[in-house]
Write a protein that binds this ligand. Structure first.
Ligand SMILES: O=P(O)(O)OC[C@H]1O[C@H](OP(=O)(O)OP(=O)(O)O)[C@H](O)[C@@H]1O
Ligand SMILES: O=c1cc[nH]c(=O)[nH]1
Ligand SMILES: [Mg+2]
Length: 213
């Protein structure tokens, strides 16, 4: 596996331990996802380009650095919405795009149902957000869609990744960098991440109580 950045921090680990718990209710799941997203933005944005800017302070002139090109945020519906707010909070100048994708439960292939990408994505770096990287089909097709629309610079951010998904993205996009809070063990026979946290979309939005173990 390559180009995988596992963001390790005691606060992230602590919050993830509560988030993964099957007893954690929806409202707390949402809040924890938001908290972890906020902590992750710090590392995910570390290599963004800056440019000098002269600022008049109340006392004198200061040469500061500002983002040369605020990134465009693109989130994969639905579960990506759970992490979007934290990135929007830290990057208030960023335009936001949406890709609607849903895995077919039998084939595990992603099906695309919506796309709205800001034109700035063609000239600015894009941060693609989805909490779960399982087989890698959804993230891979999302990258393909962005590239087909002229997007050149993409990083992918998730909360939990499976080795299968990382390898699939590595094979399809050797230069794509992947940021995650955790790299888990494997996928089960239903394509769910083990130990994972279950179905992220269902846990954020309170749908579905299927047995996925
Ligand atoms: O790596 P993959 O095997 O493609 O699986 C990951 C995808 O599955 C989940 O979405 P899901 O299809 O459940 O849609 P939802 O967010 O609407 O629940 C998740 O949010 C990813 O988009
Ligand atoms: O474990 C998984 C795999 C795909 N999608 C999820 O929400 N969870
Ligand atoms: Mg889901």
């Amino acid at each position: 596996m390559k180009n995988i950045h596992i963001i390790e921090h005691p606060l992230i680990d602590h919050k993830l331990s509560i988030l993964r718990n099957k007893e954690t209710p929806m409202h707390e799941f949402r809040r924890l996802l938001d908290d972890i997203g906020l902590l992750m933005t710090y590392e995910v944005t570390r290599s963004l380009e800056t440019e000098p800017v002269e600022v008049e302070t109340p006392v004198g002139k200061a040469v500061c650095n500002r983002l040369a090109k605020p990134p465009v945020l693109v989130t994969i519906l639905r579960a990506g919405i759970g992490m979007l707010g934290s990135f929007m909070q830290m990057l208030p100048e960023s335009p936001v795009g949406f890709l609607g994708m849903q895995r077919n439960e039998e084939t595990l292939q992603p099906e695309s149902y919506y796309s709205k990408i800001p034109s700035a994505a063609r000239t600015h770096p894009v941060i693609l957000i989805d909490p779960m990287l399982a087989t890698g089909g959804s993230a891979g097709d999302a990258v393909a869609h962005l590239q087909a629309n002229g997007v050149e610079e993409i990083v992918f951010v998730c909360l939990v990744a499976a080795p299968e998904g990382v390898k699939a993205l590595n094979a399809r996009y050797p230069n794509l960098h992947i940021y995650t809070a955790a790299l888990d063990d494997r996928l089960n026979e239903h394509g769910y991440i083990v130990p994972g946290l279950g179905d992220a979309g269902d846990r954020v939005f309170g749908t579905g109580v299927d047995d996925i173990r």
